[in-house]
Ligand binder design. Structure first.
Ligand SMILES: Cc1cc2nc3c(=O)[nH]c(=O)nc-3n(C[C@H](O)[C@H](O)[C@H](O)COP(=O)(O)OP(=O)(O)OC[C@H]3O[C@@H](n4cnc5c(N)ncnc54)[C@H](O)[C@@H]3O)c2cc1C
Ligand SMILES: NC(=O)c1ccc[n+]([C@@H]2O[C@H](COP(=O)([O-])OP(=O)(O)OC[C@H]3O[C@@H](n4cnc5c(N)ncnc54)[C@H](O)[C@@H]3O)[C@@H](O)[C@H]2O)c1
Length: 448
């Protein structure tokens, strides 16, 4: 028997790596995890958590405006970016500490250092120390993609956006996906002028078309500007520090901040995986089988680095499945069907299952039910913003195969409704459920 320093060495203490390390250790494995930045990973440190707190912060803009119609005199509200930024960062520190303590309480050795792979069982830390492990789990996440155009270095990514010294007056956001639409709502709420620049004419590819269109229409009504089919040509820095952004097909835009939200690629560059012969795909993702195992027997990978579904709950499930299967003697595979997801735009979008288009292509015969309504709070507030809920039903089995919504609290409502879709319930099961009145969610059981 070869003896190794550790049974498991995990690269990356993010959503997937933390779960896998903690659970493997609980099963009795000797585990170490290397983290080159901060324990918690993207979601906790510079993703889901601080982003959602900024969304809450920005929402006060509309709430304070609407409050007047509900009888409140709130004077002239003033927003202070530095206060919110520092409070959010303090909360991130708190969670970072809690994650570290959880790992240590589970006897996982936390090594704050960069690790690279040297062979199927060998790694090297930036400090120069070499370690060996029976199994290596690659969980380094993904990294923002920045388009290769002159002056791109003047832009920032989601890595930097949480730390801005001051609130920019004019923001250009490149991309039309999750991060672009979420930060458009955030900056607009804080009072910045926002322009989204996208190279195609579609935002949020993969979401239901009508729901995306509704977000676009609401965002434009709010004053967020869009430039479509506008690939970047160059970015220049002007004498006053502002940026002049040149795109094909439209006039240049002057802005104080350019945020690239143009996708994320697996973080495998310089990771040394070639030293062990680990196969990567064209995007640099580790190719794994259903059990998260690479082509090298001792090397596994979970989370964004595998480029399957870039969401935290999926990375966590993959980490758990790895630990259960490899150290817990409980072979487990992640079920990738009916994954609910949300865009924390203003208002938010949430969806589960097939979109109308996908269902038509796959099933042929479908029924679509929808409710297009103005939430009662918006009516009294005089806010002309309508919600849209769509239910996609298989016409043969009557099962609900998709639910898609845009409107206040859509992610909160959808999480509960996703249980019904996952369980394969029919439209009749929704109809049989008594409405909870008055709520927005009741629209789901009143669809005719
Ligand atoms: C702005 C933003 C908002 C997001 N919002 C949401 C959301 O609302 N909901 C959602 O579900 N998902 C969201 N995501 C996606 C989510 O953050 C990721 O899917 C998730 O964090 C992936 O987990 P992971 O374990 O694969 O990697 P990560 O959480 O990225 O963790 C990887 C860790 O590995 C470390 N690392 C990398 N290389 C090395 C090395 N060589 N040595 C040591 N350490 C290394 C990194 O520093 C990092 O801490 C968001 C992402 C971003 C960028
Ligand atoms: N709420 C959430 O769950 C959430 C929030 C943020 C991020 N995430 C995860 O992080 C991932 C990365 O987010 P993202 O918004 O960066 O990626 P994304 O894949 O959602 O969107 C990328 C966008 O950038 C556009 N684009 C690509 N190259 C471009 C270029 N050169 N110029 C202009 N536009 C360009 C694409 O057309 C697309 O609209 C997401 O795929 C998602 O899985 C999830």
């Amino acid at each position: 028997m070869t003896s190794y320093d550790y049974d498991l060495f995990t690269i990356g203490a993010g959503s997937g790596g933390v779960r896998a390390s903690r659970v493997s250790s609980a099963y009795g494995a000797k585990v170490a995890v290397a983290e080159e930045y901060r324990v918690g990973g993207t979601c906790v440190i510079r993703g889901c958590v601080p982003k959602k707190l900024l969304v809450y912060g920005a929402h006060f803009a509309e709430d304070l405006q609407d409050a007047k119609r509900f009888g409140w005199d709130v004077g002239t509200p003033k927003f202070d970016w530095v206060t919110l930024r520092d409070n959010v960062m303090a909360d991130v520190d708190r969670i970072n500490k809690a994650y570290t303590e959880t790992l240590e309480n589970h006897k996982v050795e936390v090594i704050l250092d960069r690790a690279v792979v040297k062979g199927p069982h060998e790694l090297e830390l930036a400090s120069g120390r070499t370690v060996t492990a029976g199994k290596i789990l690659v969980a380094p996440g993904a990294w923002p993609i920045v388009p290769d155009v002159p002056g791109a270095e003047y832009g920032i990514t989601s890595n930097e956006v949480f730390h801005l010294d001051a609130l920019p007056r004019r923001v250009v956001i490149a991309g039309g996906g999750y991060i672009a639409n979420e930060f458009a709502g955030i900056f607009h709420g804080f009072g910045s002028h926002v322009t989204i620049v996208n190279r195609s004419d579609t935002i949020l590819r993969g979401y239901d078309e009508q729901i995306r269109d509704r977000l676009l229409q609401i965002s434009m009504t709010k004053g967020i500007e869009f430039r479509f089919n506008a690939p970047f040509e160059k970015i220049e820095k002007l004498d006053d520090g502002s940026l002049k952004i040149f795109m094909a097909g439209c006039e240049p835009i002057i802005a104080d901040c350019l945020l690239f939200a143009t996708g994320r690629k697996p973080k495998t560059e310089g990771l040394g995986l070639e030293n062990a012969g680990v196969a990567l795909d064209k995007q640099g993702a580790v190719i794994v089988d259903e059990d998260n195992r690479s082509n090298v027997e001792s090397i596994y990978a979970v989370g964004d680095v595998t480029n399957r579904v870039q969401l935290t709950p999926i990375a966590i499930r993959e980490g758990q499945a790895f630990a259960d299967s490899v150290f817990g003697k409980k072979p487990t595979r992640v079920d990738y069907t009916n994954i609910p997801s949300a865009v924390f735009s203003t208002p938010p979008i949430a969806g589960v299952g097939m979109t109308e288009g996908q269902a038509r292509n796959k099933l042929g015969s479908i029924k679509v039910y929808q409710s297009d309504f103005r939430p009662m709070k918006n009516v009294l507030a005089g806010r002309n913003e309508r919600s849209l809920y769509k239910m996609i039903v298989d016409a043969v089995t009557e099962k609900v195969v998709g639910l898609h919504m845009i409107g206040p609290d859509a992610p909160e409502i959808l999480q509960a409704a996703a249980v019904a879709v996952k369980a394969g319930l029919t439209k009749q099961a929704f109809d049989d459920t008594v409405a909870l009145h008055p709520s927005m969610a009741e629209e789901l059981v009143l669809l005719r």
